[in-house]
Design a protein around this ligand. Structure first.
Ligand SMILES: Cc1ncc(COP(=O)(O)O)c(C=O)c1O
Length: 348
């Protein structure tokens, strides 16, 4: 598959720079020039990259983001407001960007109850979502969450369709799932974000926000015009295009499933999230692993979480498995849901 942005960057001619960026070095870190297109209203290489991305992700329109999923969340909620929606139902353990965007846009937050079990936030049930959606103009869920759990996507889609209200999915942790349609946000949502930099090989902050139907494309474009930088990073954009086109790593997916079965991991549906209960031994386990060059994504006081992407090697899992053998596990405590997890607080 052609990598439009990378190809353009490679084929640049040497020139004297009377333009930003101030480092004046030729290379990948260029600005929007006559040949490199303009992200706000693309007509050239960025347009072609966004069109390919939309085709792969199944949207009518996809927008490159160099400001993380955060700007995608803000843009989606802006699109809702443009359409006259004034209140949004979202789970209480949504990411802070959701609460910040709602507050900044003057949208009412309608909490969707989220229970916890074994120190984990559970995804809301259909009934919990229905109760909140009755008082809101749209539903915004996280899919998958940081622990690799999914809402009941088909039911949530049917619920929103029945109520004629849009479904938004925060897929900050699900960009790798476009290969698995039954788990992919874009198979269900009207608007969704892919946090490409988290689970695919893109540079940090690289993300995409997409609209399923043409009707949402223009309000979403309005949103990205408000919340994207006007100085987008070409290295990030090129890496997002490459990451969305990056091949599936089925053998690693299978190795991850086997690893989870053999190592007493939490049973979740997202192959990239390996969750191991250590309870009170979390800190000691993290220290032991880090001293041996193995770094988890987070330690929430109950679990260590190991975050995979198609770029991990199977030998990474083998090493982790070997090290885990000598490590004592511990009971997880209900009360350990901690500041490591984005949480709704009364203040917000
Ligand atoms: C569920 C969720 N949504 C949104 C975000 C924001 O993503 P980013 O850091 O790419 O802006 C995060 C970040 O961790 C997240 O966990």
């Amino acid at each position: 598959m052609i990598l439009h942005i990378a190809r353009m960057l490679r084929s640049q001619k040497k020139h004297i720079s009377f333009h930003t960026p101030g480092h004046k070095r030729a290379g990948e870190d260029i600005t929007e020039l006559s040949y490199s297109d303009c992200l706000l209203f693309p007509t050239g290489v960025l347009k072609r990259a966004e069109e390919d991305i939309a085709r792969i992700l199944g949207g009518a329109r996809s927008f490159l983001l160099t400001d993380g999923s955060t700007s995608g969340v803000f843009s989606m909620l802006y699109a809702l407001r443009t359409a006259g929606i004034r209140s949004v139902a979202a789970p209480v353990f949504s990411h802070p960007s959701v609460f910040h965007a709602l507050e900044a846009l003057g949208l009412e937050f309608v909490p969707v109850v989220q229970k916890t079990a074994y120190g984990l936030p559970l995804q809301p049930t259909e009934e919990e979502a229905r109760a909140a959606l009755a008082r809101a103009g749209a539903l915004l869920l996280t899919s998958p969450d940081y622990y690799g759990n999914f809402p009941e996507l088909a039911k949530m889609r049917a619920l929103c369709q029945g109520e004629k209200k849009p479904l938004l999915l925060d897929g900050a942790h699900g960009a790798h799932l476009h290969f698995i349609p039954e788990l992919y946000a874009g198979s269900y949502a009207d608007l969704w974000v892919d946090g490409v930099h988290k689970s695919l090989p893109a540079l940090t902050q690289g993300a995409v926000v997409s609209a399923k139907a043409e009707a949402w494309a223009s309000p979403l474009h309005e949103g990205v015009l408000h919340f994207r930088t006007t100085s987008p990073s070409y290295p990030i954009m090129a890496s997002v295009e490459r990451a969305v086109k990056y091949p599936r790593n089925l053998s690693l997916e299978r190795a991850a499933a086997e690893f989870k079965r053999e190592n007493g991991c939490v049973c979740n549906a997202d192959w990239t999230k390996i969750l191991i209960p250590f309870g009170k031994n979390c800190d000691a386990a993290q220290k032991f692993l880090e001293e041996r060059g193995v770094y988890p994504e987070f330690n929430d006081g109950n679990y260590l979480m190991f975050y995979l992407s198609p770029c991990n090697r199977e030998r990474d899992l083998k090493k982790l498995g070997r090290l885990l053998r000598g490590l004592p596990r511990g009971e997880v405590g209900e009360d350990a849901l901690s500041g490591h997890i984005p949480m709704y607080t009364e203040k917000e």
